[in-house]
Design a binder for this molecule. Sequence first.
Ligand code: PAF
Length: 292
Amino acid sequence: MTIPIVRTIADLRKTVAVWRQEGLRVAVVPTMGALHDGHLSLVRAALERADRAIVTLFVNPKQFNSAADLVAYPRTEHEDAAKLAPLGTHILYAPHASEIYPEGFATTVSVAGVSEGLCGAFRPGHFDGVATVVAKLFLQTGADLAFFGEKDFQQLHVVRRMARDLDIPIEIIACPTVREEDGLAMSSRNVRLSSSQRQAAPKLAAILFDAAARIAGGTPVDAALDAARSAIAAAGYARIEYLELRGEDDLAPMHRFDRPGRLLVAAWLGETRLIDNVGIPARPEAITRAAA
Ligand code: PAF
């Protein structure tokens, strides 16, 4: 079983135009490859909701902060194609770099507000790179639906804002984070963990879920976060970039749990930066207690 691999915008548009004439609904799943079960869950969701699914594979240089990180990013197109074909994915769009950033390319899409703080504070320019490439992928594919994982929760907000602000007629669908059996959020970067780091890694998710449960149960936000920071350090994480409660719908900082929130973390285990997040739906009694 094979999957057609498309390299140029012209070929992509020819195929999508035929689908459009047939009245088919088209979905896109943007990726940078090194596909794991988290990505495949997005593809399955896309195939359930649309008639045709395009997976894009482009390791976007504009969203990397360090040249070394870009070079080290896993490139596994052959294996990725082999994972996508049996699912029934219709196209793998793996464009040449010159299709995305041709000679003279000079435009940056920059989303204010939701891209500030959290990862945006530690990865300057990252979300400009993401917004720019995703805007291009939306316009090149002309898809009706786009699927993103909640694992990159801030990215999801940036992409939603960008599509809304630029009037790109596409519905953004968020899919839950897929975890390993021990709770570690799936990520293409997990392969970089040594075996002892891999053992310590899931503690981040466990601490996050525990802090979320405490906040939902009425523990003041700052106290729950302080305890979680100590636990993350004790688990062997060398550096915590951020651990914050933000609004689920607007990503605004929250110091009291008085509406649905999202607890987000980024921390380093050795040379590997891991991110994770968990939603805390508002419970009426928690809101009453916080407001009292
Ligand atoms: O989440 C990713 O893999 C990337 O940021 C994306 C959305 C494919 C843009 O390059």
